[in-house]
Design a protein around this ligand. Structure first.
Ligand SMILES: Nc1ncnc2c1ncn2[C@@H]1O[C@H](COP(=O)(O)OP(=O)(O)O)[C@@H](O)[C@H]1O
Ligand SMILES: [Mg+2]
Length: 210
């Protein structure tokens, strides 16, 4: 990946299994977000290749990519990007807005993911009245509504206090046990042990793998 001929990532070679919980770590500016964006289809690499199973996703057009995103990918960010005036329930169900799914099924799915993320008891609360930890649980529930196989998270605990940070990490652990593939960026040393694979970046290169 490069901008204005400045190389941001170099010589990155990663293989992720369906059963993995991958933690990507490293100092600020080391390329973590860029790598996650490329792995999660948000950005195309200027050089290099990305495959999902045998599918070369870096070659697909926007329409095909958005289909893959809808079917397979849930993305969570440090900033929660909720609709503040909407209720928890309305935020969670939003990705299904234009889907041809029976209303009743949409509601069932929303209830299920809100329960999974332990936010069901706040379902009618406006997002703006929630705590940071609750907001992130809503964002995770929203990311789960399409039942994606791959969950990408970029510093999901970056805006949270330590207790809420661990609650969110425990939720990722539960999702991993449920069969989700997790790829999570953090610079919190206490969170790296959640991964079965730990990749450390420095200046756009992998400096350690565990
Ligand atoms: N759109 C961009 N244009 C130019 N440089 C960028 C852009 N995005 C990121 N960078 C640079 O790439 C490097 C890695 O950034 P980033 O992936 O955000 O790192 P991290 O998430 O580890 O903090 C940084 O030096 C950053 O300034
Ligand atoms: Mg970043």
């Amino acid at each position: 990946m490069s901008f204005n001929n400045t190389s941001i990532l170099n010589d990155i070679n990663i293989e992720i299994e369906d059963s993995d919980f991958v933690v990507i770590t490293g100092e600020s500016g080391s390329g973590k977000s860029t790598l996650l964006s490329i792995l999660s289809t948000l950005e195309k690499p200027t050089m290099g290749e990305v495959f999902y199973d045998d599918r070369a996703i870096y070659k697909l057009d926007e329409k095909e990519i958005s289909q893959i995103r809808k079917e397979r990918i849930g993305i969570i960010f440090q900033r929660f990007y909720l609709e503040n005036e909407y209720s928890v329930y309305e935020n969670v169900i939003l990705p299904l807005q234009f889907e041809k799914i029976k209303k009743e099924d949409k509601i069932n799915r929303a209830n299920e993911v809100m329960k999974k993320c332990n936010i069901f008891d706040k379902k009618d609360e406006k997002a703006k009245f929630l705590s940071g930890g609750e907001m992130q649980r809503v964002a995770i529930a929203r990311a789960l509504i399409n039942n994606p196989k791959y969950i990408f998270a970029d510093e999901p605990c970056g805006n949270l206090d330590s207790k809420n940070g661990f609650l969110i990490m425990d939720l990722f652990k539960k999702l991993h046990r449920d069969g989700k593939t997790i790829i999570l960026v953090t610079h919190n040393k206490e969170h790296t042990s959640y991964g079965n694979k730990i990749i450390e970046l420095k200046d756009g290169e992998i400096t350690s793998r565990k």
